[in-house]
Design a protein around this ligand. Structure first.
Ligand code: ADP
Ligand code: MG
Length: 418
């Protein structure tokens, strides 16, 4: 009798559905989950019954109850009922006197599952789940052996070692399967938690960047107000300062709005045709007070007057402000910041060169990484935001820097029609 072979086949076909379980049940968020589970576990049941470990005069001994219990506990009552019907149908098809016992113990098992185990199973600890299912299968196997004996009497002719090892094999395979399944579910839960943490992380990064981005316009406005404090100031200048301050305050407001809609990143961002020289001009003016505070000067070199790109006005300004702010901050003892705009190969190029402290190649490679900062009060978000804005405009940024000589940021953005 190929007992061992068939036992191994049974165990194999009990374990295979567990792999399917991992692929379909855990990974795929499908409404057909139950159907898939029902099909996979009933296939396993049919195969187990096809290769019974032993066959005593029409009584089949196999591991069919393990996929039955697994399917019921992890798939729910509907799957349980379906698997029960599959077992009965296939058992009646195979025939033999054993059908009565099969009917009896399958029904007993179904009742225990439906009314005792399924409702509370998910609340049990791993240990209880394993011991509980092992005990259940050992119990059912023993009951069906006793039933065989009392109804037909001939089961005693089989060696008792064989009969008890059948009970033990059922229980062990059951415990192993539950352990395996629970292990896969734990891994999956951990994966989901990790993903969730990642989300939380970017949320907090966002919060940090809001305060960072709002600080820019506030600093600029502060500079203008300081300039307005001067005792003698002509009316025209005063108006310009006030207007620029108001614009900056509006910017602060819209930044907050922008970042709050960050949850839907690609919506609400309007692309428009922008004249690059206008925007660079605007930013160069806006940064004037901040440069003054740092004893730095700003120069503009526009080789073209009109050059259009597709982008978002506020974002482009934000990007240029972030980069020029860094440039000015890099010039602690004064220096020169040059904005240059020109065209090359259908690309509009904006160059920001400063005569500041410069960066090492290691620092350059870490630019754009969130929270990379060398400043006491830095957030390390400015360049990250600038980089992502340029990327959204399908452009690129190149950085050249020499320690103690200065840094040049070159932004290349594809030119668009007007
Ligand atoms: P933060 O300005 O808050 O430090 P950023 O992302 O704007 O954050 O910049 C990150 C770091 O990159 C800065 O701390 C600075 O060390 C370096 N850096 C950026 N731009 C320049 C520049 N033009 N010259 C020298 N160092 C710079
Ligand atoms: Mg910065």
């Amino acid at each position: 009798m190929p007992i061992i072979e068939n036992l191994l086949i049974n165990i194999l076909f009990v374990l295979i559905p567990i792999l399917f379980f991992q692929i379909f049940y855990i990974n795929i968020d499908s409404k057909y989950k139950d159907i898939i589970l029902a099909i996979v576990f009933s296939t396993s049941i049919v195969i187990c019954m096809n290769f019974p470990i032993t066959n005593f005069e029409g009584h089949l001994f196999d591991l069919r109850f393990i996929p039955f219990v697994l399917g019921a506990l992890y798939g729910g009552k509907k799957v349980a009922l379906f698997l029960y019907l599959v077992i009965l149908a296939y058992r009646f098809y195979l025939g033999g006197v054993g059908v009565y016992i099969a009917f009896f113990d399958s029904t007993l098992l179904l009742i225990i599952l439906l009314f005792l185990l399924i409702p509370k199973y998910q609340t049990y600890s791993l240990k209880t789940k394993i011991i509980g299912t092992m005990a259940l299968l050992a119990l059912i196997a023993t009951i069906s052996l006793i039933a065989c004996h009392t109804m037909f009497g001939f089961i005693l002719h089989a060696p008792s070692v064989l009969l008890s090892s059948f009970v033990v094999a059922q229980a062990l395979t059951m415990g192993l399967s539950v352990y395996f399944l629970e292990y896969l579910i734990t891994i999956d839960t951990m994966k989901k938690q990790l993903y969730h943490n990642e989300k939380l992380k970017s949320l907090s990064e966002m919060a940090a960047s809001i305060s960072h981005e709002v600080r820019n316009p506030l600093t600029v406005t502060r500079g203008f107000i300081q300039l307005l404090k001067e005792p003698i100031i002509d009316e025209e200048k005063k108006n310009t300062y006030i207007n620029l301050s108001l614009q900056e305050l509006d910017r602060a407001e819209s930044i907050i709005t922008d970042y709050l809609t960050f949850a839907k990143p690609h919506e609400n961002i309007e692309l428009e045709s922008l004249n690059v020289t206008d925007e660079v001009n605007y930013v160069a003016n806006v940064m004037q007070p901040y440069a003054l505070m740092h004893k730095a000067s700003i120069t503009k070199e526009f080789l073209i007057n009109e050059s259009y790109i597709l982008g978002n006005k506020k974002q482009l300004q934000q990007c240029l402000i972030n980069l020029s702010k860094n440039a000015i901050e890099a010039m602690k003892n004064g220096g020169k910041l040059v904005f240059k705009v020109y065209k090359e190969d259908k690309k509009v190029i904006i160059k920001l060169s400063d005569t500041g402290i410069g960066m090492t190649s290691d620092q350059i490679s870490r630019l754009g990484v969130p929270f990379f900062t060398n400043k006491e009060n830095g957030t390390g978000l400015g360049t990250m935001v600038a980089f992502s804005i340029v990327k959204a405009m399908k452009g690129e940024i190149k950085v050249n820097s020499k320690i103690n000589e200065g840094t040049t940021f070159t932004i290349l953005i594809p030119e668009s029609g007007e």
